[in-house]
Design a protein around this ligand. Structure first.
Ligand SMILES: *Cc1c(COP(=O)(O)O)cnc(C)c1O
Ligand code: SF4
Length: 348
């Protein structure tokens, strides 16, 4: 029953630039070519968060002619080469991504998988999902399966449960994770029924995807509380986005707010070299400066790792503001307050 309610809300999403242009009274013409290449979907909840044209919510969900610039990599993380079967990305020995859904509740303009997410004809078939399960079952090194896509939580409860149950019963899989932006864009989807279902598949971790403090709404907080009450450990992955959240004050408010919602900031991702999303990139120095600013100002629990995911499938590497210099056996360490303090190290 409740399954139907959120589906109805999702169906009411805005999916064309002409609808958008009517609503905000602008000329849709320059956006038609963008829409033809990269799909548009904005849920009623997320649409309501827009306060003004061009604000941080708008930038994340409304197409921009800059998306047609050829300035990046179609597959920035080399994922296609790391896919033994279409539904699995296997880069690290002990972890694998299981692509269970080709669509999302809303489309983020900066998405790393914008080459395929939401594109008609690229959704995975049941046969491909079965192949994915078979690959994971036949690969004993895999201990951690990350459900991703697309967004796994746009699947119907019955489909999601079937997939979770099949992976859960593989003896070498020790934990499962779900990556989802649904608590941000479609919080109604986190129903009581869903949390009862998920609770059966512990240990289960969920990583949400909040990027801006204005996304921390009361319905989003209620969705996270429901998941946390089901014993699910919640983390958050934020993407550092130019003009959206590339200010220390914005991320400070976001990370503090997440902690209050029982969500632990996990990663701050440096923006990938995605084709069609170059306008969201910042210099790495911006991210490092923000991390330096946050250290000492917020609870250590509110501090994510700032990571860069290297092109060609080379993986994630944490970037840390450099605070250590050496003079002989003496280390000179810069404190959060900016003071240099000497520390007598042992000879190596
Ligand atoms: C990010 C990622 C993971 C998960 O990495 P963690 O650091 O364990 O969160 C796994 N596989 C791929 C391909 C990834 O990009
Ligand atoms: S929810 Fe995730 S997968 Fe979907 S468009 Fe946004 S970033 Fe991409």
């Amino acid at each position: 029953m409740a399954d139907q309610a959120w589906r109805r809300v999702l169906k009411d999403s805005l999916t064309s630039v002409t609808q958008l242009a009517d609503l905000f009274d602008f000329d849709p013409q320059p956006l038609l070519a963008v829409e033809a290449q990269y799909p548009l979907k904005i849920t009623p909840h997320y649409l309501n968060l827009i306060e003004t044209v061009g604000d941080p919510i708008w930038k994340q969900c409304v197409p921009d002619p800059l998306e047609l610039t050829h300035d990046g990599l179609i597959d920035p993380l080399g994922e296609e080469n790391l896919s033994p079967v279409p539904a699995v990305i296997h880069r690290y020995p002990d972890r694998a991504i299981f692509l269970v859904s080709g669509s999302c509740a809303g489309y983020c303009r900066f998405c790393t998988r914008k080459r395929k997410v939401g594109c008609p004809g690229l959704a995975l078939s049941f046969k491909e999902l079965r192949q994915g399960i078979d690959y994971i079952a036949a690969t004993p090194q895999i201990r951690d399966v990350i459900f991703s896509g697309g967004d796994p939580l746009v699947l119907a409860d019955s489909v999601l449960e079937d997939l979770l149950a099949r992976i859960h019963q593989i003896p070498h899989v020790e934990v499962m994770r779900i990556g989802t932006r649904v608590p941000v864009t479609l919080p109604q989807r986190i129903t009581e029924e869903l949390s009862v279902l998920l609770k059966k598949y512990h240990p289960l971790y969920i990583n949400t995807h909040f990027n801006h403090p204005r996304e921390l709404t009361a319905p989003a907080a209620a969705a996270c509380a429901r998941l946390a009450d089901a014993g699910i450990v919640l983390g958050n992955q934020t993407v550092l986005l130019r003009g959206v959240n590339d200010q220390p004050q914005v991320l400070l408010e976001l990370f503090r707010g997440l902690l209050k919602m029982r969500v632990r900031p996990y990663y701050l991702h440096h923006m990938d070299l995605v084709q069609g999303a170059g306008h969201f990139r910042t210099p790495v120095s911006v991210g490092l400066k923000i991390m330096y600013h946050l250290r000492g100002r917020v609870s250590g629990l509110a501090l994510p790792y700032y990571v860069i995911d290297l092109p060609g499938g080379k993986g994630k590497v944490p970037l840390v503001p450099n605070s250590v210099r050496r003079r002989g056996d003496t280390l000179i360490i810069r404190t959060a307050a900016g003071e240099d303090v000497e520390y007598p190290d042992l000879p190596a």
